[in-house]
Ligand binder design. Structure first.
Ligand code: GLC
Length: 733
């Protein structure tokens, strides 16, 4: 629609119609049957049933038929037909479900992730979805938090690069900036990943400097990449919940980031301002939120029941409402909704086939996301037609490889690990048995999540220890496919014990008594403490939740068709007691450098650092680095080069990582920070020179007063395989 026509439509709206555009409800308010997914508190939130007549957007309706039905009724029954916006949580795949974002972060493959998110957006758009609440770019440092699952990790630079790749893949803007994909809504603004003690929805309190240095860059990257919507987060930030926090929402987001798109609250977050204790009632909550320029009130009665009264009593200005409504209408227009009434779904989600091209990207994504953490005596890759293999564990033949936020997926599309391995090994060489269920305390988990997830608890009635011991005795290698149940991570999935669940650890210890070669495939939505397992298991693969092609990808790595290349985007802890744990820490006044004295910054009961550090990952090849050269060109750049050689017979993908340390600053500075990386392919025995360039003007950091200041003096430049294995040189700038 031409802007003048949009203005005319805007001016024709009644106040009720305007306010309706700022209200988002779930599909069950529009449909007789249960048309939506319960993804938040499931009480009716005091929303009057007739509110649906004026609402401007709908969340998490599943399937184009239902969306078409709702849209048609909306258009037919409105005096001024304004198409609804259909929004959904499509975090890492619609029908083609890729690995969880924490796994994608370990691929360090920006272009492949962008391709994956194009597929995500196209499948969703074809099914009638207009907006996805993705990417989630919250920086995570605490593995106790269940939503590590949705983040690409603990580094601001890596998260920023993935944020850009995901937004670009989702929105697919053409050279004129026109939207060809769907709208990307970056979340959760801001710093939700810093929830105190990793407890879900908990308080966030940090210096504004820390916020700017580490937590904001990825949101900024998403906005700079053109994302057209931002979601405010549940958490309070320095005492004020984000949804009502003017420092975050107005000063930083609207003014500094110059974001003039739509801000939507998280689920009922406006109403929850009352629970936070910053609003005495829903009317006050509405004022706080609209004053902070939160445009859409997701799934709460606040705006619908209070904005009119606030206006009538001049406690808010009409311009505030008009600004919000205009941003919503403008977004609908950018999506072309008025021309086509709404996005025509040209095929139903139910018969949306999964082309091999999509599956192949999912398989490649999963292969690149799995991280080989240990491989004693080069046990892997196995020989499929020689080794007698027992595959055991609740994930051995499970389709639950897609994690908790793949709400539009069909689990039947998932290739299990057993299925994947069976394509390599015949029945004489590969046996599979569940062995045991996921957890001992099954009833605690059963209450969360929709019904079909609970079905996977059927496995928990299984106790096949005798069978396992018998089969293991006649095997050469035992492969454990174990890990946390998908309900133990994701939203509201915080844990105080971040090890593999005890029930499964008991089984593994019993099998270990047989002294067979053992492989651990760890499946989880968070970094897991694998300390004990690392002491007796020969090879360890961290596979996260690898998506619908997980079984193929894991088998491709186990049998050597693929050379593992994943590199950790999060630190793997020795113990939950170390959390929050991250690589770019400060030095402190008493750094632990192995001195023989008590008085150091460390624990008395745990070795220092991560069990497996940020950037770490093994492959089946030996790659050597040499001839690091660092040249300060005495004008604007620093040139860095290093030679890399593949010493093995097989091709390998190597992620060359560049870190730097600003030795002295106006505030304490990290002992290292990722500055750049390059993922390169090396054929057998191939050498390459890898070059980096650092632009000096970009060597800045936030000082005590939140101002960007230049780094000065001694800089340590580190280039290597990961954050703990590198060559280093020093320069002065
Ligand atoms: C949830 C999540 C958010 C999601 C929203 C809509 O509670 O916090 O990430 O997009 O509600 O489902």
């Amino acid at each position: 629609m031409e802007e003048r026509d949009l203005v005319a439509l805007f001016n024709s709206l009644s106040l009720d119609e305007k306010i309706g555009q700022l209200v988002q409800l779930s599909g069950d308010f529009f449909l007789e049957s249960d048309g939506a997914l319960a993804v938040g508190p499931d009480e009716q939130l005091g929303i009057s049933p007739d509110l649906y007549k004026i609402a401007g957007s709908v969340l998490n309706v599943v399937g184009k038929d239902k969306m078409l039905q709702i849209q048609r009724e909306n258009i037919v029954n409105s005096e001024h037909p304004i198409p609804l916006l259909f929004m959904a949580d499509i975090i890492y795949g619609y029908r083609t479900v890729f690995p969880i974002p924490l796994a994608l972060g370990c691929s360090w493959d920006l272009s492949l992730v962008q391709q994956a998110y194009q597929i995500l957006a196209n499948e969703a758009r074809n099914d009638g979805v207009n907006v996805t609440f993705s990417p989630m770019v919250d920086l995570v440092r605490d593995a106790r938090w269940g939503r590590c699952l949705e983040s690409t990790g603990e580094d601001p630079l890596l998260n920023s690069k993935f944020a850009k790749a995901m937004v670009t893949g989702i929105q697919q803007e053409d050279e004129n900036g026109n939207l060809k994909g769907i709208v990307s809504c970056v979340k959760h603004f801001a710093a939700y990943g810093a929830a105190e003690s990793g407890k879900e929805y908990n308080t966030v309190d940090m210096s504004n400097r820390e916020l700017r240095q580490n937590y904001l860059p990825a949101y900024k990257a998403a906005i700079d990449a053109g994302c057209r919507m931002v979601m405010s987060s549940f958490n309070s930030f320095n005492g004020i919940p984000a949804t009502a926090n003017k420092y975050l929402m107005k000063q930083i987001l609207r003014e500094e980031f110059e974001f003039n798109g739509v801000v939507i609250s998280d689920f009922a977050a406006v109403q929850e301002l009352v629970k936070h204790g910053v609003a005495e009632d829903e009317r006050s909550a509405s004022k706080l939120a609209i004053d902070a320029t939160t445009d859409i009130d997701m799934k709460s009665p606040c705006y619908a029941n209070s904005l009119k009264d606030l206006l009538n009593k001049a406690e808010i200005e009409e311009q505030q409402v008009d600004n919000a409504v205009w941003r919503v209408l403008k977004l609908k227009n950018e999506l072309g909704l008025f021309e086509t009434d709404y996005r025509q779904a040209n095929n139903s989600s139910s018969d949306l086939n999964l082309p091999d091209s999509s599956r192949n990207i999912a398989r490649k994504m999963a292969t690149e996301s799995v991280v080989l953490l240990k491989n004693s005596n080069n046990l892997l890759p196995l020989k499929s037609n020689k080794d007698k293999i027992l595959l055991v564990g609740p994930y051995a033949d499970s389709k639950d490889l897609i994690g908790l936020w793949a709400v539009h997926a069909d689990k039947n599309d998932c290739i299990t690990i057993h299925e994947g391995m069976s394509e390599y090994s015949d029945l004489n060489h590969l046996k599979s048995v569940t062995g045991c269920g996921f957890v001992d305390d099954i009833k605690k988990l059963r209450n969360f999540g929709n019904s079909d997830i609970a079905n996977s608890f059927a496995v928990d009635e299984v106790d096949e220890l005798d069978e396992v011991m018998k089969l293991a005795s006649s095997s050469d290698v035992v492969i454990f496919a174990v890990g946390e149940h998908e309900l133990q991570s994701g939203e509201a999935g915080s844990r105080t014990d971040i090890r593999i669940p005890e029930k499964q650890r008991r089984l593994m210890k019993k099998v270990a008594k047989l002294h067979k070669k053992m492989v651990l495939i760890s499946l989880s939505g968070r970094p897991i403490a694998l300390t004990k397992e690392s002491q007796y298991i020969d090879a360890i693969l961290q596979a996260w939740y690898p998506g619908i092609e997980g079984g193929h990808a894991i088998a491709d790595i186990i049998f050597g068709k693929e050379n593992p290349s994943g590199r950790l985007s999060v630190s793997m802890p020795r113990s939950v007691g170390q959390e929050p744990l991250y690589y770019n820490t400060m030095n402190t006044g008493r750094p632990d450098e192995g001195q023989k004295t008590r008085f150091l910054s460390r624990y008395t009961d745990c070795d220092r650092g991560a069990l497996y550090p940020f950037g770490f990952g093994l492959s089946y090849s030996e790659v050597c680095y040499k001839d690091l050269k660092v040249e300060d060109t005495q004008n604007h750049e620093i040139h860095i080069s290093v030679k890399i050689k593949n010493l093995s017979e097989r091709a390998v993908n190597e992620t060359v990582q560049l870190y730097l340390r600003d030795m002295v600053g106006q505030v304490t500075r990290p002992i290292k920070e990722l500055r750049d990386f390059k993922k390169i392919n090396l054929m057998a025995h191939e050498s390459k020179q890898v070059n980096f360039e650092i632009v000096k003007d970009q060597l800045v950091y936030y000082d005590y007063n939140e101002k960007l200041v230049p780094m000065k003096g001694e800089l340590q430049i580190m280039v290597g395989k990961n954050s703990e294995d590198y060559s280093t040189q020093t320069i002065y700038i």
